[in-house]
Ligand binder design. Structure first.
Ligand code: FAD
Length: 305
């Protein structure tokens, strides 16, 4: 039953008509629990509150699947404005982005051109940019572009998904770039041809990736809400005396807030991923797919408490 619910929400996440409608009608159905605001301006108070608590953030202007040059230019400009706002408001923040928003599906030339504009601005203000990882069909291309940009800029990182069979090889191959990597389980629906279908195998692979990247001496962001993976990371860093400034935990805005604060109190770096923007629908559906229990929360949002 839970698997059916997951598939249903991942199916809904891709629906273009619902995406358009959601944009038009603004943050609804309890999405405000997971999305800081419809604009960056309206999200700044929430970001500052996290920073004041001692939690750095990474902000993400929601949006995916851009299929024309004009929209890709608009999304690129949004990123540039966000970098300027980080600098102006003195936020302790990185920026995460999806390259499909910058034209990844249109052409390599376009996405590289847009990414360089963003990277030039980010370099000027010393802001780290993380390229989120999208579905499997874009993984190889995303890593190729990441490698290209990493040769030109220091302040760029990307994401590796533990559910993909290829990921351990990717982490090893990326080692020569000594990259900052965010490691995650993976949020898209992928076939068994390319991804582990069983959660236990994904978890085992996640642990292998964390161990490999940390022991290779690279900065590692362990992005998870899973206590077992967090416990594994803590034990690994203690066992190998890995300094606390070589890794961080990351969680999503609004998810396991008490756990976030607990990790911070224990002395770990805890970064919060803060999404904002009116294109919230796909992101929200993926969060519901991860944890169908959240549907109850949404139903309360729709029908009242
Ligand atoms: P799970 O096995 O899903 O959950 C473990 C436990 O965490 C659950 O039992 C529950 O107690 C708790 N939990 C999990 N989700 C929720 C929830 N929604 N509400 C309440 N409790 C919950 N995926 C990508 O594919 N590409 C990316 O670029 C990407 N970036 C990410 C960045 C960050 C900072 C984070 C935290 C995740 C990112 N993800 C990304 C999503 C990721 O791949 C997973 O889908 C997501 O984190 C859920 O997996 P989990 O590791 O938390 O463990």
């Amino acid at each position: 039953m839970e698997q059916l619910m997951r598939d249903f929400f991942l199916f809904l996440a891709k629906n273009k008509t619902l995406t358009r409608l959601a944009k038009k009608y603004g943050l609804r159905f309890g999405a405000g629990r997971f999305v800081a605001g419809a604009t960056l301006e309206s999200s700044i108070a929430a970001i500052k509150k996290l920073n004041e608590k001692g939690m750095p953030v990474t902000i993400d202007h929601l949006g995916e699947f851009v299929d024309n040059e004009k929209e890709a230019a608009e999304m690129t400009d949004h990123c540039i404005q966000a970098i300027k706002a980080i600098a102006k408001e003195k936020l302790d923040s990185q920026l995460s982005l999806k390259m499909t928003s910058m034209g990844l599906d249109i052409s390599d030339e376009l996405v590289l051109r847009n990414m360089r504009k963003i990277m030039d601005e980010a370099t000027k203000h010393n802001v780290m940019i993380t390229i989120d990882m999208e579905d499997y069909s874009r993984c190889g291309k995303t890593l190729d572009i990441f490698k290209q940009l990493k040769k030109e800029y220091d302040n760029i990182s990307t994401v590796i998904q533990a559910y993909l069979y290829r990921s351990l090889e990717d982490v090893q191959a990326l080692n020569e770039y000594q990259p900052f990597l965010r490691l995650v389980k993976g949020a898209y629906k992928e076939p068994a041809k390319v991804a582990y279908p069983e959660k236990s195998d994904v978890d085992k692979n996640f642990e292998r990736l964390i161990e490999t990247h940390l022991l290779n001496g690279n900065y590692t962001a362990v992005a998870t809400h899973d206590d077992e993976i967090i416990r594994f990371t803590k034990e690994l860093v203690d066992k190998h005396s890995i300094p606390y400034d070589q890794f961080e935990f990351q969680m999503l805005y609004g998810i396991r807030v008490e756990r976030q604060e607990q990790l911070l109190q224990e002395g770990y770096k805890m970064r919060i991923y803060v999404p904002y923007g009116n294109d919230w629908y796909g992101y929200f559906m993926r969060r519901l797919a991860e944890r169908p229990a959240n549907v109850m929360f949404v139903l309360k949002g729709v029908f009242g408490k």
